[in-house]
Structure formats: C-alpha cells, structure tokens
Design a protein around this ligand. Sequence first.
Ligand code: SF4
Ligand code: SF4
Length: 179
Amino acid sequence: MSKVKKKVKTIKIDLDKCNGCRACEVICSAFHAAPKYSSNNPARSRIRMIRDPLRDVYVPVYAGEYAPAECMGRDKYIIDGKEYDECGFCRASCPSRDVFKEPDSGLPLKCDMCEDLPPDEKPLCVQWCLNDALIYEEREEEVEEEVKVEDAQIGLESLVNKYGFEKIADTVARMSKKA
Ligand code: SF4
Ligand code: SF4
C-alpha cells in the first residue's frame, strides 16, 4: 500500500499561562451554535475549563472521542496536593457523566478543530486565548493510504466485468488457501 502525507493538527496547552478566563469556552460554543454565533452556552463548548481558583489551578480539556461504555480503569490526578475527581480530566463523552454532551439533545460533542473555518485560520479558541495558553501546531505525517470502500467496489466490479465472476472467485479461493 502506498504512503500518503497527512496533515496533523494539534493544540498544545501551556497550563502556566492559563488564568481560567473561559474565553475559549465562550467562542467555541458561539461558533458551534445553530445558526453560528446566535447564542453562547459553555455547556455546548468542545473545550471545558476545570478550575480551582483558590489553588490557582486552571486546566483546559478538549472533547475527544465518544465512549459508548464506561471505562474499566480510572486516572487519579493530584495537583498541588489536591486530589481531583477520577473522571475530572477525561476527554470522552461517556454514559456515566453529563460533560461533553449537547445540553438539549444529549448528543456527544467532540472538538473538530473548527473545521468550518478557512484553512489558513487558526482554531477560534486559540485566537481568543489572549494569554497564549493554547498554541496551535501543524505537521505532516506519512501514513498508509486508506482504500476507500467505493474505490474497492469499483475495482472489484471492473475485475468481474473483465474476467468473469467465477474466475475471480476461483482466484480468491486459491489465494486464501495459500495464506
Ligand atoms: S478547536 Fe474549535 S472546536 Fe475545538 S475546542 Fe477550540 S474552538 Fe472548539
Ligand atoms: S482562553 Fe486561554 S487563558 Fe482563558 S481559559 Fe481558555 S485556555 Fe485559559
């Protein structure tokens, strides 16, 4: 299989610079409102601020993949002597808690890197973070080219048209015996 270049987008978080202002939550929820910018409700944001102002601890957490079941293990964080909730910094929307879920529909939310923005614009939470706590980076990685299902189907159809179904089935059977 041939290799292709894939653009990988990341947002690096510098916790020392975050002051918990929540501007990132505000702009993310406004950008993802329907219609865009018609409302702002941090419960709809794909980034969530975990705050403990008394200890000066502010941790932005991005919404990750949806988890269909509660996980079997837990992570325990202790920051400056304070123990945080076991699921406190988890990025998943999962059945056991209400975070990273659309408040009206309950559908899971996931950071999409503001994919509707023009390609030369940085994600909005990065643009709105005046403290530079969120740093946007792009890099290219070489990955195996994915065969699209439609491409595979078209390829199979043209082989069947050229050689006939029986010959193809016969060849596949012989190849699977060798494997
Ligand atoms: S990158 Fe975009 S979608 Fe993701 S948290 Fe930031 S503003 Fe929201
Ligand atoms: S906008 Fe920046 S400083 Fe403000 S809460 Fe978000 S990450 Fe922290």
